[in-house]
Design a protein around this ligand. Structure first.
Ligand code: SF4
Ligand code: SF4
Length: 110
């Protein structure tokens, strides 16, 4: 399982907030804030566009800052929810997949 991904299977390395932080790219921060504000009717400032990545203890942004998947999976010996023995019964995982439309098992296969 590729640990460059978040515990849910999202590719943190492709997230513009992560790239902007890694490369200290203010133009990318401004572009990303504008796009995300238009998509989500939010009011993020360019200087807020920073994310260390799901598996890093540093800064996180938006949903990833409060993500229950990260909070749970990081305390278990799993690379992601699909490795968890409680996967099928987990309401947190099921709720996340329903809310986001992400199929975690498929995401880890990509
Ligand atoms: S913080 Fe949550 S939503 Fe973000 S990549 Fe990690 S598991 Fe996925
Ligand atoms: S209990 Fe649920 S949220 Fe936690 S690691 Fe297992 S499947 Fe993921």
């Amino acid at each position: 399982m590729n640990i460059q991904r978040g515990y849910c299977g999202l590719k943190c390395g492709e997230c513009p907030a992560h790239i902007a932080m890694e490369t200290d790219d203010d133009a990318l921060r401004a572009k990303t804030a504008a796009e995300w504000n238009a998509q989500h009717c939010s009011d993020m400032k360019p200087e807020e566009i920073n994310c260390a990545g799901c598996r890093d203890d540093g800064t996180h942004i938006g949903f990833c800052a409060v993500c229950p998947i990260r909070g749970c999976a990081s305390g278990r010996d799993v690379a992601g929810c699909p490795e968890c023995s409680d996967f099928d019964a987990c309401e947190t995982r099921a709720g996340f997949e329903k809310q986001t439309g992400l199929n975690m098992r498929d995401a880890f296969r990509e």
